[in-house]
Design a protein around this ligand. Structure first.
Ligand code: AAT
Length: 283
C-alpha cells in the first residue's frame, strides 16, 4: 500500500492508503490524479486536493442539491458550474420536474476520466436529454447568459485557487444574481471554518454574497475527506428563506431516497456553531 497525503494546514496532513494510481495527467487547467484504495474506493485529486471519492461523495452531492429543492420544489432550470465528476448533475436529474440542466465545467478531462473510472457519479449524466454540457469557464458563461434564465445555480467548484478563483469574486456572484429569476437560489462552495486559510475564504465569500443577495445563509455538513471534515455551502436567494420557506411535504412527495439528506437535517444544517457565526460576521 502507498499513501496519498494532503496538506490541510502548515502543520496538519491527512493521508489515505491506496493500492494503485490509475491515471495522472497535467491538463491545461490542473493536474488530475486518479487512485484506487480499499478504504475510499476510487478517488481523484486536482492539484493535490481531494475532490471526489466513492465513500463520501453521497454526503457532498446530497447537500449541494437537495436543500434548494426542498426550499423551492418548482425548480425547472438548473445551472451547474464545475461538478466535472457528474455527481451533482446525477442528483439534480433525479427530479423528474427539472426540465433543463446546463453544466459548465472548465476541464473536459475531469468528466471523461470520471466516466471511465467513477461511474458512481458520471454514468448516465451525458445521455439524459435534459442535459447540456459545456466545457468552458463558468465565469465567462454567466457573463454571457440571459437575465433571469435559471431557477437555481449550483457552484460545485474547486477551492479559490487557480482556475476556481474567478468563482469566488463579487463580479461572479453579481452575474449569478442577474441570471437568476425572482425565486432564484444560488448554492456555492463555501469552504471550511476550521483551518485559518479556509476560514478566511469562507468569511470573504459570505461578505461578498451578503452585499448582493436579499437572503444569504451558510449551512454545514460532515465531509470526512475535506480539510477538517467540517464543510460549508452558501445558500443565497432573492426571496426564499432556507428554513422559514422549507416545504417538507412537497419534498417528501418527490419520493427520493437519500442517504445523507433529510428535511430534519436540512433545518439543523443552518444552525451554526458560535465560532463559525462570529467568523462569518467579522468584517
Ligand atoms: N463534485 C465535487 C467535486 C468537485 S470538482 C470541482 C470542479 O470544478 C472541477 O472539475 C474543476 O475542473 C471545476 N472548475 C474549477 N474552476 C472552474 C471554472 N472557473 N469554471 C468551471 N469549472 C471549474 C468539487 C470539489 C470541492 C473541493 C473542496 N475542497
Amino acid at each position: 500500500m502507498k499513501w496519498y497525503t494532503e496538506q490541510w494546514s502548515d502543520h496538519c496532513k491527512f493521508s489515505i492508503g491506496y493500492n494503485e494510481e490509475i491515471h495522472s495527467e497535467q491538463t491545461p487547467f490542473q493536474k488530475i490524479d486518479f487512485y484506487k484504495g480499499d478504504e475510499l474506493g476510487t478517488f481523484f485529486t486536482l492539484d493535490g486536493l481531494m475532490m471526489v471519492n466513492e465513500k463520501d461523495e453521497f454526503v457532498y452531492h446530497d447537500m449541494i442539491t437537495h436543500p434548494a429543492f426542498a426550499t423551492n420544489p418548482d425548480i425547472k432550470k438548473v445551472l451547474i458550474i464545475g461538478g466535472g465528476d457528474g455527481g451533482t448533475a446525477r442528483e439534480v436529474l433525479r427530479y423528474k420536474s427539472v426540465e433543463k440542466v446546463v453544466m459548465v465545467e472548465i476541464d473536459e478531462l475531469v468528466f471523461r476520466l470520471s466516466q471511465k473510472y467513477l461511474p458512481i457519479t458520471a454514468a448516465g449524466v451525458e445521455e439524459d436529454p435534459r442535459m447540456e454540457m459545456i466545457f468552458d469557464d463558468g465565469l465567462a458563461y454567466v457573463q454571457n447568459a440571459a437575465d433571469k434564465s435559471f431557477d437555481l445555480i449550483l457552484v460545485d467548484s474547486t477551492d479559490p485557487i487557480s482556475v476556481g478563483e474567478g468563482l469566488f469574486t463579487t463580479a461572479f456572484y453579481k452575474e449569478c444574481y442577474r441570471v437568476l429569476n425572482e425565486q432564484g437560489i444560488l448554492i456555492n462552495q463555501h469552504e471550511s471554518p476550521y483551518f485559518s486559510e479556509y476560514a478566511e475564504n469562507m468569511r470573504k465569500a459570505h461578505k461578498k454574497i451578503k452585499g448582493i443577495f436579499q437572503i444569504a445563509s451558510v449551512y454545514q455538513f460532515h465531509m470526512p475527506t475535506y480539510p477538517s471534515g467540517h464543510w460549508l455551502f452558501g445558500f443565497a436567494s432573492k426571496a426564499l428563506h432556507p428554513t422559514k420557506d422549507i416545504k417538507v411535504e412537497a419534498w417528501d412527495n418527490f419520493g427520493l431516497k437519500t442517504k445523507y439528506y433529510n428535511t430534519d437535517l436540512h433545518v439543523g444544517a443552518f444552525a451554526l456553531p458560535t465560532y463559525v457565526k462570529d467568523a462569518l460576521n467579522r468584517d
